[in-house]
Design a protein around this ligand. Structure first.
Ligand SMILES: *[C@@H]1O[C@H](CO)[C@@H](O)[C@H](O)[C@H]1NC(C)=O
Ligand SMILES: *[C@@H]1O[C@H](CO)[C@@H](O)[C@H](O)[C@H]1NC(C)=O
Ligand SMILES: *[C@@H]1O[C@H](CO)[C@@H](O)[C@H](O)[C@H]1NC(C)=O
Ligand SMILES: *[C@@H]1O[C@H](CO)[C@@H](O)[C@H](O)[C@H]1NC(C)=O
Ligand SMILES: [Zn+2]
Length: 309
């Protein structure tokens, strides 16, 4: 009886091994959490003009009932599937260690050096694909529903400061530490821990209340005066580069700042970083709406500025 058991155990190990392989157990399994992406997309959808709102409805599959946020995390779910493996480098940007700045030519490529394969390139790519939709001139090889989901997701990612991080630590993924009492890593703290701790501490774990509080703070609150500057954009590639530069800047001054592997991060880190996380979610949502409103706008002149390439 020993042999079959040993064999069984061995095959279980193999099974586990293949599971790990097939789901790509790499350092970059996460992104703005499901909650972060959903809030970004809800904020954006609430700000859509009628034309854009209608186009988004048309592009979404029926089963989400017009709710973009239900699918905003889809690109994270498929990135390890064979068919979508090409999208994996599109979620982030690796910048040189300690450089603390972003340079599109230098940094926007995948690990093989293929250019434009980073989150900044992807936003332009999918904006460009979608901009043909209204005229019915889209390339039939491109799936417009997928283009919308990718754009919505990547606008979230580019605003997550640690998605524009140092190369050697994979945007903080390899910096293992503790978040209060449980194990985490620095990337994950910015993706998820800060949001979830805030939701639990201040909003009874209800992220829709958190999202409403964010919206309240730009419609009538601390960010009201900043709103128009967030939306300001004459040239999409310049704007996207600015969003990435803002992120690496926050990553350096707040993300990595004072943190070493093995540290325990708690109240002090949480309290000082929370406002930044909230602001980035707000900016991501407001800017996603700005881009979608331009892509699907009725006027011609607005659209040219966004669909440059
Ligand atoms: C743009 O999208 C197409 C497919 O829709 C893909 O083949 C290409 O690699 C993408 N490039 C970037 C930079 O996202
Ligand atoms: C577009 O992509 C979605 C999601 O992957 C898929 O369900 C849908 O069938 C695709 N549409 C076309 C026309 O290929
Ligand atoms: C909204 O602004 C108030 C200050 O007026 C602040 O206390 C609160 O944390 C902010 N909420 C969010 C989600 O940013
Ligand atoms: C936007 O800026 C980029 C880089 O500076 C430039 O190459 C491009 O031509 C500009 N596009 C428009 C529409 O002005
Ligand atoms: Zn992502």
């Amino acid at each position: 009886m020993r042999e079959p058991t040993a064999l069984k155990r061995m095959s279980l190990h193999f099974f586990a091994f293949f599971l790990v392989l097939s789901f790509g157990y790499g350092p970059r399994v996460e992104a703005w959490s499901k909650e972060g992406h959903a809030m970004t997309c809800k904020i954006a959808q609430d700000l859509l003009e009628p034309e854009a709102s209608q186009a988004v409805q048309m592009l979404l599959p029926d089963y989400v009932d017009g709710d973009l946020s239900a699918l905003c995390v889809w690109p994270d779910q498929v990135r390890h599937w064979y068919r979508y493996r090409w999208t994996s480098p599109l979620h982030f940007i690796d910048t040189p260690d300690k450089a603390c700045n972003f340079n599109y030519k230098r940094d926007c490529h995948d690990t093989h050096g293929v250019k434009d394969m980073c989150v900044a390139g992807a936003i332009q790519n999918f904006t460009n694909q979608l901009s043909h939709y209204r005229h019915g001139t889209s390339d039939r090889r491109h799936n417009m529903t997928e283009a919308l989901l990718f754009l919505a997701h990547f606008m979230g990612d580019i605003h997550q400061p640690m998605h524009v991080g140092f190369t050697s630590d994979a945007g903080g993924n390899t910096i293992e530490l503790r978040w209060f009492r449980h194990k985490s890593n620095l990337h994950h703290v910015w993706d998820r821990e800060i949001i979830l701790t805030a939701a639990a501490d201040y909003y009874g774990k209800d992220t829709s209340l958190l999202q409403q509080d964010i919206e309240g703070n730009f419609t009538d609150g601390i960010w009201t005066d900043d709103l128009s500057s967030w939306r300001d954009c004459d040239n999409l590639s310049t704007c996207v580069n600015k969003y990435a530069a803002e992120s690496i800047n926050i990553a350096c001054n707040w993300g990595y700042k004072g943190v070493e592997a093995g540290d325990t991060l708690s109240d002090e880190y949480f309290d000082s970083r929370l406002p930044l996380v909230m602001k980035r979610i707000a900016q991501g949502g407001v800017r996603l709406a700005m881009i979608l409103n331009r892509i699907f706008a009725d006027g011609e002149e607005q659209e040219d500025s966004v669909a440059a390439t």
